[in-house]
Write a protein that binds this ligand. Structure first.
Ligand code: PLP
Length: 373
């Protein structure tokens, strides 16, 4: 049994005919840049998310950068960001000369802590970038309340959570990425909706921000060769949009498959000493881009080595807090530390999670984890 973290081949094979003909059509139509598939995909994703605007771009990191550029912030403005996330979230902030302020996360949800956000706000704070980590929405309702009270923008890093939902206290639900001012999505192959390379998209209900994002992503031009501002070159290629148009139809099926696999892991691994299972929050429809357990007692690395010897892959997302990364140390004092972030960096372990998991594969993984614990 060959067990993999993700099984992109298995997923492709199920849709092979449809995808192959989309690829060939794109090759033959030769509109490789801004072809009709791009606009079609933007429209379909807007419909799926129930949001007014989707703007395709080169990747999720670009989406974050473009979103922040659209806010017209000044160097030195502070942007709150969880200390426990992928580097892209903070990178975009730092690249623009903004000041990232790293905030601790909740150790049960892995997402940015609402209390810690409140404590971190200063007169220079201009935006919050919550990340819906591992596929589960951050607690976005109180975050929006804090943002509204303090006049802050909210840019959602939805790279890992496309298709996830948040339930508000009034009973309404919204898809993540459509709640803050702008949502940033990635179609990196292993995300919930993956293309055949790099791809990304911005989503927003705000007409002005949508127009700005579109202009920024296109060299700062609305009219060809007339540049109203400094932008960048960030496009969702037609070939990726063609693939995404096929795969978007199955996104809810992909998410159901992930949820089913997560339920099975949770059922079979519950009550085992030494590990903590990921917590599903009432307010969130979790999409399980990752299934991340916590290994207690300092045994995480040992468990990972054991799993590897037994042929089970696993990945540590993420081994180092952002403030301990060489590149971002300058934003903190040397003694800066965040309790939950530190604890998670030394205890989290993501085990195989994808749309093609079978009970056989999961049983092997479950038995191996049990035999270690
Ligand atoms: C993947 C990811 C990104 C960046 O997406 P790319 O498309 O790889 O640039 C940003 N933030 C988070 C949390 C991610 O997981």
């Amino acid at each position: 049994m060959n067990i993999q973290m993700v099984d992109l081949k298995g997923q492709y094979q199920k849709m092979k005919n449809e995808i192959d003909s989309a690829l060939i059509n794109t090759a033959e139509a030769t509109q490789y840049i801004k072809g009709p598939d791009v606009a079609a995909f933007e429209k379909s994703l807007s419909k799926y998310l129930k949001v007014n605007h989707t703007i395709g771009c080169g990747n999720g990191t670009d989406a974050l950068q473009i979103a922040l550029m659209a806010l017209e912030l000044k160097p030195g403005d502070e942007v709150l960001v969880p200390a426990f996330t992928y580097v892209a979230t903070i990178e975009a902030i730092a690249l623009l000369g903004l000041t990232p302020v790293m905030v601790d996360v909740d150790k049960n949800t892995f997402n940015i802590s609402v209390n810690e956000i409140e404590k971190s706000i200063t007169s220079k704070t201009k935006a919050i970038v919550p990340v819906h980590l591992y596929g589960q929405s951050a607690d976005i309702e109180p975050i929006m309340q804090i943002a509204n009270k303090n006049n802050l923008f909210v840019i959602e890093d939805n790279a890992q959570a496309l298709g996830a939902e948040y339930s508000f206290s009034d009973g309404t639900t919204k898809k993540t990425g459509t709640i803050g001012h702008i949502g940033c999505n990635s179609f990196f192959p292993t995300k919930n909706l993956g293309c055949f390379g790099d791809g990304g998209a911005l989503t927003t209900d705000d007409n002005l921000l949508a127009e700005k994002c579109r202009i920024i992503a296109s060299h700062g031009q609305k009219k060809k060769y007339h540049h109203s501002r400094i932008g960048c070159n960030s496009r969702l290629d037609t070939i990726h949009a063609a693939v995404l148009n096929v795969k978007l139809k199955y996104l809810d099926d992909f998410i159901s498959a992930r949820q089913k696999a997560a339920d099975y892991y949770s059922k079979k691994l519950s009550g085992i000493n030494g590990i903590t299972l990921p917590q599903k929050m009432n307010y969130a429809k979790h999409t399980f881009n990752q299934f991340t357990i916590k290994v207690e007692g300092g045994k995480r690395d040992e468990m990972q080595t054991y799993l590897k010897e037994m042929g089970i892959p696993s990945i540590i997302y993420y081994p180092l807090p952002l403030y301990k990364q060489e590149a971002f140390k300058m934003y903190c004092t040397p003694d800066f530390g965040l309790l939950n972030t530190e604890e998670l960096c030394s205890s989290v372990l993501s085990i195989p999670m994808h749309t093609e998991l079978t009970f056989d594969i999961q049983n092997k993984i479950i038995e191996t984890i049990k035999s270690f614990c």
